[in-house]
Structure formats: C-alpha cells, structure tokens
Design a protein around this ligand. Structure first.
Ligand code: MGD
Ligand code: MGD
Ligand code: MO
Length: 764
C-alpha cells in the first residue's frame, strides 16, 4: 500500500475537488435542499437505486456511499427547472435544434405529454388518452409489426422493461434495439461462448479478497466512482491494481476518498494503480495474449525445473476445453506482432504477467475501452482464456467483471429486452399468456437504423435514452428518424432525439427514479433493478414528481399497449396499478426470480444465480471454452499508421456528462475547463503535424464509403496518450463513427476505433 501526502491542493481524483463539484452541481440544479435530502436516500435499502452507474452496493455497513457523479445524476433529475408547454410554445423545433445537448437538457424536466405540430413547427400539449389513442392507431395501421422499432435505454426498471417486451411481443415483433447494443454487447456474446453465461462472475465481496485486479479499458474515476472506493481499499491492503489504458486517467492513479475523514483532512490520497500500461487503441488482445505467452513460458520452465506448476491443471482438466488449440495459437503469435499491436514492450508485458502469476486470486474488470472495437468479442474471449489458465473463474476473490453502464442495463436484458430471445423464454411467455409469440430474430440498433434508412421501418418508440445522439453517423440517423410515420420518446428531459420528428411525433414525460410512484390507492410502488454483480434490489422514489401530469414508465407502456393490442391477452391497467403483479409474471417466466416479491423487499435484495460462478458451464460442451484465434490482421492504430496523416480516434466521456447528458463543460481530472470541442493528442504528434496547442482543427472521417464526415472546429489538448492514438468526447464526435464500422459478431459501433485525419483550420 502506498499513501501519498501531497498537500491539500491534491492532484488526486475525488477529494475536496469532488465535494466542491457536488455542492456546485446541487446549487446549479436549483434544488440544493431537496437534492441533498435525495442523495441521502440513494442506494440505501429503503430509498431508490442511484440512476448513475451499475456498480454494486456494499453488503455490510449502512453507510451512504458518497459519489460525486451519483450526486450529479440525482440532482440533474431532481432539478427544479421545468420544460413546460410555455417553453415549447416559445421555441420552434428548428430553433431548439441549434442548442447544444447541454443547453437543451438544461431546460429541465418535461411536464406534459407533447405532440408535434408540423404547421407551427412546435410541440403542443396533448391529453394522455389522445396520445395513446393516436400512437395505437398508427402502430395498428402498419402492415407488419416488424415495421416498428422499440428502443430501450438501460435506465428502465425491470418492471417497465418486462411490461414493454410483453407488449411488443403481443404486438408481434422482436425488434428490440437496445443501448446495450452500443455498450457491453461484446461482453455478453464473448462470455456466453467462453463460460456459458453473458454476465460477470464476481460479487463486490470478491474485491475484498483479490490479490490482483486488472482494470482494462475503463475509467472508473469518472464513470464508476464507487468502484474507486473498492479499488482503493484493495490497494490499501496491498493488492495490485494493474491498469491497461492508453490514456493516463487520474482516477486510476490516485484517489482521495471523500468518505475518509482522515485522508480528507490530511489532504492525502491513495495510489490506486500499482502498474499502469498504456496500450495503443485496440491493442488489448495482443497485450493479453502476450501475458498468456509469458504464463505458458513460465509453465514450461517450471516443468523443466521440476518446480510447482504455474497453470491450474486440475481446473483445466476438469473444467475446460480447447487449451491445446489455444496454446498453439499463442505459440504462433510472435513477440514482434504482440509488441507492435499492443504498443507495449515485452518487458512491460512480462511484468504484468508476473503480477498475474504471483496472485492467488485475480479479478479482471473491463468496460468500453474493450467493448467498442472491431475485435472486441475476440479480445474478451482472450481475457477469459487468460483467466482460465490459473483457474481464476468461479472461486472466491477471483473472476470476470464486465462493469456495466446504465444502472439497469443488465436487468433489462435479463427480463427480455433482447432481439434474439432464448427459445425457453419465448416458450414460457407463450405458456403463461397464451399468445403466439414472435420467433423471428428482431432488430438490434444497427439493423433498426438500416431498416429506417431503407424505408422498411416506419415507427420508433424510445423507452428512455437519446437514440439519435447515442448512435453513429448522427446525420444519417436524423434523416432516418424524420422519415418515419411515428416517433415516440418516453423521457424525463428534452433531448435532440425529440427534435427529429416523424409524421406523427410525441414526447411522453415520465417519472424519474428519484420520484414517488403512487398507484390508485395512493400506495408507493416499488421497482427493481439488477447491478453489475447480478444483485436484484428494490428502488422506490422519495421526491414529489416534477409535475402532476407525469406518468410512470410502466403506466405509459400500459397506456400504449392497451390502445394498440387491447386487453384480450393481458389486462394492462391492472398491472400498471400493482407492480407486484408484474413481478409475479417475471417470477413465472424467468428462472432465478423465485419468491420475487418477498425477496426484493429484503435489504440489498437477492443474487441472481450465475452458473459460471459455481463452475457450471452452460456451453455446448459443458465446459469453459478456450478460443484460439489469431490476433487481428491490423488494429485501427496499425491501419492509421500506414500513412496519410491518419489517426486512430476514440470517443470517451468527460467527467461532467452522463452519456449524451452533459452536466457541465469541465473535465476536471483531465484539466479541461469550459469546453468540449477538444482533441487529446501526444505532444510529439502535434509537432509532427506542425500544429500548436492553440490551433484549431476539423476532424475528418477517413473511410472510403463516399460519405463525408466532419466534426468541425476542435482545439488540441496535448496529453499523455500513445502516439498515433487520439481521443475526444462522445456525443460531439458521433458524426465521425460510420454506421458500417461495427464489432465482429457484436454489431457494436466502433466508438473507440475510428479512423480520422486532422485538417487545420485557417485562423479566423
Ligand atoms: N458519470 C458517468 N457515469 C457513467 C456514464 C457516464 O457517461 N457518466 N456512462 C455509463 C455507461 S452507459 C457506461 S457504458 C459506462 C462507461 O464507462 P467507461 O467504459 O469507463 O467509459 P468511457 O469514458 O467510454 O471510457 C473508456 C475508457 O477506456 C479507455 N480506452 C479507450 N480505448 C481503449 C483501448 O483500446 N484499450 C484500453 N485498454 N483502453 C481504452 C479510455 O481511455 C477510457 O479511459 O459508464 C457508466 N457510468
Ligand atoms: N461515440 C460514442 N457513442 C456512444 C458511446 C461511446 O462511448 N462513444 N457509448 C454508448 C453507450 S455505452 C451507451 S449505453 C449509449 C447510451 O445511449 P442512451 O441510453 O440512448 O442515451 P442516454 O444519454 O443515456 O439517454 C439520455 C436521455 O434519457 C432520458 N432519461 C433519463 N432518465 C430517464 C428515465 O428515468 N426514464 C426515461 N424514460 N428516460 C430517461 C433523458 O430524457 C435523457 O435525455 O450510447 C452509446 N454511444
Ligand atoms: Mo453504456
């Protein structure tokens, strides 16, 4: 453990800066008191689940886990600002389009259902019944249910998501484009192949026992701040934290925990990463393979010397298949390839592998730096291969941990938001509800956009999210949405997707997670969510709703469902009035939810059983399965290097945003203030292109598909990042992500592998 005392003006993540930022955010949100009160109920057993990230909650101790970005997420929702009908009357849609994402959401919470009026180019208030009736009428008029796309963002509760999928399947389609298609899709696919279940295998408690934690392609200081607390405790008790990230992220270097009074008073901070490696973009598979190569070499040496084995032979023999082929693939990969692709030296990779081999218990976590590349599925399978070598899956203190994004994205998939639903699930729906369940594979995000563009899709319903800004090729997606017969967005705040209306267009405002959801008897309704560790727990809001005209997501879905498919199969209104009844249906149709209504009312909820954690492998062979593929022919970085002044661009999050929601214009940990149009670049690269830090550039997409893609007027920020790899913020740079550039098998847009060139702007 290393604790460094670096004075009150600490350069560590967290600390006083975080506290100051929280206070500022609470004030800006316009409701410091209710905001502060609300925060005290976040992630508490009798409060609501924080709408921030999907990191788990501690099992013991009732202490409120403080997190700067949780405060931002909560106060952003609990704001007193309102986007009322007066606001929409005062601005045409064309005017609103000129606002940035930040300026638009700053107008606060939506208060009334609104319908787009083409003649005045404005949204006008409408009665809920009229909205439901017209939406139902348009959906019924389509010549096939497959012409409608039903998007879900991962904030929707299990109850809302289950009811949504039930409605959509009764209507007749499996078209479920979902934010996870752009997020952890590759993790789900890879892990299903490798270990038989598409979820992580660790519990929060495992972080207390691991000897080493590998953190690959993830920036928890900003995106999962509560994870930093767990990493910090691990570092303090001497566990190694090995980071792979092209960018030097401050939160991974040192963290000062605002919950630790002594550390705060002393202005101290704990060093998080014991080892920090900066691979080139997309170079992780090579890095992990390099480590596996070291492990095999150590095993050979141990055998030759008659020393203790390095591999866990008992585990490998009893539980795994495909080891010999994997070994052959590793042997066939040269160090030259590994070093070139990863950008790391053999010596560094040997050091990292040394940590792995010395540790009895290893956890590996990862997020978007791994999942948003062309070769993400292969990379995650490689991570799994590596972890299997020493039996690091399915035992205490060890395992795989894809750290999820949206607070309930994992739960939404569990309860049926899936364009390729398992047969068994469809069978159980059919049995329980007695209707002909659609069996045809539906659309993911990529297919949905394709269908909108070629005219085969005619309607879009968004259960939360900001489809147009989260997806690639923003300009094309706008065209796709405005060409539809119907666009409906269920939302809490105005965003740009609402400003791309189809022929008939609605914004339907819903309650947020922090708000009380009362049924007809005046009783508070409980919803449930599932975190990254597969814990399912209850969430009940405590704030007064932002407007008396809001409905819960569940009630809105029920309203649309009733108007579209009637009550013959399901009595929607009754379910919307008592979520316990929805949970009874979940229990009856999805394994693991036995006694759902009782268990969810226990503090901390319950764990959904994960077979791989118990070393049961639901793969075709019944074993954990090694993959054995060659490294990618070329990563984006290698392609960019081929010349022509090209760069490999990744798009990541600033410290002041939640996905497309921009809370502010600062990125404190990276030292950027008051602006978002920036490109992080190595100082030598700047020199090489003859530019200075103050020069401005247009970032130009470099794809031979005939589409011109330009993000105009960006400033350089010289940064500690590998040469040839550059970075900037999502969603401003989504115009550069080509729709056709997606992960193999996952279809995930390659938001971290974008080929660009930089065009200097003439000084104004
Ligand atoms: N406050 C806040 N919290 C959030 C979110 C938010 O926007 N704001 N978003 C939520 C959601 S939906 C998600 S999915 C998660 C996202 O959580 P993260 O995955 O942490 O999100 P990103 O900002 O995209 O950061 C990706 C990290 O991967 C690194 N990286 C990029 N390319 C590579 C690569 O090729 N190799 C390696 N090793 N690293 C790479 C980047 O430098 C960056 O540090 O956070 C969730 N939590
Ligand atoms: N270039 C690039 N693109 C990316 C990524 C990237 O790293 N780079 N990341 C991808 C990832 S990981 C993800 S998950 C997606 C995110 O994609 P989305 O989930 O579609 O986007 P969000 O920005 O999270 O959605 C914000 C909107 O959700 C609405 N909202 C907020 N709370 C609620 C609620 O409680 N109920 C309802 N109904 N609505 C609510 C608000 O109106 C807000 O405007 O973006 C992806 N796109
Ligand atoms: Mo995500």
């Amino acid at each position: 453990m290393t604790v460094s005392f670096i004075g009150k003006k600490s350069s560590a993540a967290g600390g006083w800066g975080a506290l100051k930022s929280c206070g500022k955010r609470l004030l800006e949100s316009g409701s410091p008191l209710s905001g502060a009160r609300t925060m005290l109920k976040a992630n508490q057993p009798d409060g609501f689940d924080c709408p921030g990230c999907a990191w788990g909650d501690p099992a013991h101790g009732s202490s409120f886990e403080f997190c700067e970005n949780g405060v931002k997420a909560v106060s952003w929702e609990a704001t007193e600002k309102r986007a009322t009908p007066d606001f929409f009357a005062a601005h045409t849609v064309s005017e609103l389009k000129k606002l940035s994402d930040y300026e638009l959401e700053l107008n606060g919470r939506l208060t009334h259902p609104m319908r787009y009026d083409v003649a005045s180019d404005r949204y006008l208030p409408v009665a809920w019944e009229d909205a439901f009736a017209e939406i139902g009428q348009v959906l019924k008029s389509l010549d096939s249910p497959n012409r409608a796309e039903f998007y879900t963002s991962g904030r929707a509760s299990n109850e809302a998501a289950y009811l949504y999928q039930l409605f959509v399947r009764v209507y007749g389609t499996n078209n479920f484009p979902d934010c996870s298609n752009m997020c952890h899709e590759a993790s789900g696919i890879a892990l299903k192949h490798s270990i038989g279940v598409g979820k992580g295998t660790v519990l929060l408690e495992d972080f207390e026992k691991a000897d080493a934690i590998f953190v690959i392609g993830q920036n928890p200081g900003t995106n999962h701040p509560r994870m930093l607390g767990d990493l910090r405790r691990a570092a303090m008790r001497g566990a190694d934290v090995v980071v792979f990230n092209p960018v030097r992220e401050k939160g991974l270097e040192r963290f000062s925990d605002p919950q630790d009074k002594i550390e705060m008073l002393r202005g101290g901070a704990t060093e998080i990463a014991s080892h920090y490696y900066q691979p080139r973009l997309g170079g992780d598979m090579a890095a992990v393979r390099g480590m596996a190569k070291v492990v095999f070499a150590a095993e050979d040496a141990a055998v030759a010397a008659g020393a203790a084995a390095v591999l866990d032979h008992e585990f490998l023999t009893q539980h795994c298949t495909g080891l010999a082929d994997y070994r052959a693939a590793v042997d066939a990969t040269t160090w030259a390839e590994i070093e070139d692709q990863s950008g790391l030296s053999r010596a560094d990779i040997e050091r990292a592998a040394g940590v792995y081999m010395r540790a009895d218990r290893v956890i590996c976590t990862w997020a978007m730096g791994v999942t948003q590349h062309i070769h993400s599925v292969a990379t995650i399978r490689e991570i799994s291969n590596f972890m299997l070598l020493r039996g690091n899956i399915g035992r205490e203190g060890a395992g795989l941990c894809p750290v999820r994004g949206h607070s309930n994205v994992q739960g939404d998939r569990t309860v049926g938001i899936n364009e390729k639903p398992p047969e068994a699930f469809l069978d159980s729906l059919e049995k329980r509800f007695g209707f002909d369940v659609p069996r045809q594979t539906g659309h993911n995000v990529l297919a949905a956009i394709g269908a909108m563009l070629d005219g085969s899709a005619q309607a879009f319903i968004g259960l939360g999210g900001n489809f147009a800004r989260a997806t690639p090729d923003s300009t094309l997606v706008e065209k796709a949405l405005t060409g539809l017969k119907l666009t409906v967005n269920i939302a809490t705040k105005p965003n740009h997707s609402h400003l791309m209306p189809g022929d008939v267009s609605y914004i339907l405002p819903c309650l947020g997670r922090t708000e009380m959801d009362l049924n007809s008897l005046g009783n508070s309704q409980l919803v449930t969510v599932e975190d990254s560790m597969s814990m399912v727990h209850g969430s009940a809001g405590i704030n007064r709703p932002a407007s008396p005209h809001l409905l819960s997501e569940v009630a809105i879905i029920a309203g649309i469902a009733e108007a579209t498919v009637g009550n013959a199969v399901v009595g929607w209104a009754a379910l919307a009035d008592d979520y316990d009844l929805i949970r009874d249906h979940i229990e009856a149709t999805i394994p693991g939810f036995e006694d759902f209504n009782t268990r969810v009312r226990k503090p901390r909820g319950f764990l959904l059983r994960n077979s791989a954690s118990h070393r049961e492998w639901s793969t075709p062979t019944g074993k954990a399965t090694f993959s054995a593929v060659a490294l990618p022919d070329a990563t984006v970085h290698q392609q960019a290097r081929k010349g022509g002044g090209r760069f490999a661009l990744q798009t990541f999050r600033s410290h002041d945003q939640y996905n497309t929601t921009v809370y502010g214009l600062d990125d404190r940990y990276r030292g950027v203030y008051g602006e978002r149009q920036v490109i992080f670049i190595h100082p030598e690269d700047l020199k090489a292109i003859g530019a200075g830090a103050c020069d401005r550039v247009d970032v130009v997409g470099d794809y031979a598909d005939g589409i011109s893609r330009v993000a105009a007027n960006f400033r350089f920020v010289p940064y500690d990042i590998p040469r040839g790899s550059i970075a900037g913020y999502y969603p401003e740079l989504n115009v550069l992500v080509p729709l056709g550039s997606v992960g193999e098998e996952s279809d995930t847009p390659t938001s971290k592998s974008i080929m660009v060139s930089l065009r200097k702007r003439e000084a104004a």
